[in-house]
Design a protein around this ligand. Sequence first.
Ligand code: NAP
Ligand code: G3P
Length: 490
Amino acid sequence: MRMFQNLCGADKTYCNLYDGGWVKPSSGAYIEILSPVDGSLVGRVPAMSREDVDRAVANSKETLQSWAEAPIYERAQVFYRAADLLEEHAEEIGHVLTMEIAKDKKSAVYEVQRTADFLRYTADAGKGIAGEAISGDNFPGGSKNKISYVSRVPLGTVLAISPFNYPINLSVSKIAPALIGGNTVLLKPATQGSISALYLARVMQEAGLPRGVLNTITGRGSEIGDYIVTHPGVNFINFTGSTEVGRHISKLSAMVPLMLELGGKDAAIVLPDADMDFTADNIISGAYAYSGQRCTAVKRILAQDDVADQLVPRLLSRIVKLQVGDPRDNAVIVPLINTKAADFVMSLIDDAVAKGATVLTGGTRNGDLIQPTLIDHVTTDMRLAWEEPFGPVLPILRVKDMQDAIDIANHSEYGLQSSVFTNNIHDAFFVAGQLEVGTVQINSKTERGPDHFPFLGVKASGMGTQGVKYAIEAMTRPKAVVFNLDMKSH
Ligand code: NAP
Ligand code: G3P
């Protein structure tokens, strides 16, 4: 709270970044953010109105040209300062994260550090935004007197919409590439995560970001989301969240370019020659970190019977050691983000059990905290085989052979990532080549980082590619100026 001391009025009351200052909601309406950890009040954020949105968009247009014309090294300097500030305030901001989204303290502080690293890397990458000069004579009939100078220019105002589970890192993964590319940004964070996102905005302002280059809009997506998404002043939409909302936005976005990072059902395919202890370590970490609330969480194991029989005892011996409880004590199995999420996870477990699956451990809840759950003999008629729990539940689907595993993996509507565990490089590349996903991890859990790698989903997992240089390219465009030097005809 120190970073917002006396900025927004009453204690635990936050406000939005607008025109370089901090503003209250025009309607006076606020949303109380209660902690999933203990139900305490984390703070109250403005419920911004359509008029507030209009003002934020208009303000972002006022500084578009000056920011687009600012030398990239000047933009980069802001990022370096912001990274230093994030590191300086990592503990304070990490604590806000922990209380607001129940992320374990270690992962929360790491999210802040990862964001600082992202800013520095993006600042460096921005300096590499290069154009090119193309001589006309490369093409038949062309002439050396016709030269095209191609540079990359910003798209305008980028709308960044971020999810609850990485409210700082997945806000900056949009904001930073957009800003270094010369765009201005409107940030609409997840409501449960918006206080954390406002701390990021505060850091960017403190680091010297010019007024209006970044404005924040807090408020429920269900109330102002459609209005912002369809606002005529928005030139690009960069969304991370559920497939349901992503599809909804893509229907509304009529000709506005989009980047969508959506849901996943990442499979861990375990082949018979895999190192089972190494594989079990990776699957446990990939499936249960932050109670499975990661888009890239391992969300199903595909293995033949003899392999599954070797994995089960190894998984159970590791699950029993997972710390369960309070994220302030670094528990990794923590209360889910809300009761609706916990109810949904339990509905998938109940459906699987009703259809004959075997709960090997877990399957129970205490409030919104669900015990780490491993379910065996999950079959393709069960919802858990296909739906994304976003909770600490891992199904084992027993397959006939490698091809069966590939076919079931590809039958998913999702296509974010998959893992293949094997010591046979030929099998690894064969399976990787067959999988319809954005990324295949060979002998590792599924995960987004490092953040300069391309990160993308196909099918219901998204469109477009995140990852520093890819996001910069997505949020800039070529502009060609052709020099015609043949003056004879004049
Ligand atoms: P969500 O419910 O889809 O919300 C995501 C964001 O969209 C939030 O800021 C939300 O605001 C906003 N929103 C909701 N309705 C909107 C509308 N009509 N117009 C504009 N914005 C709207 O997702 P979540 O619960 O935050 O995150 C969990 C989901 O996101 C999971 O499916 C997970 O797989 C996915 N995810 C994917 C990735 C990835 O990189 N692929 C990363 C993280 C999460 P409110 O909070 O105010 O509703
Ligand atoms: O769900 C957030 C997604 O971006 C996963 O990130 O680094 O936990 O794999 P990570």
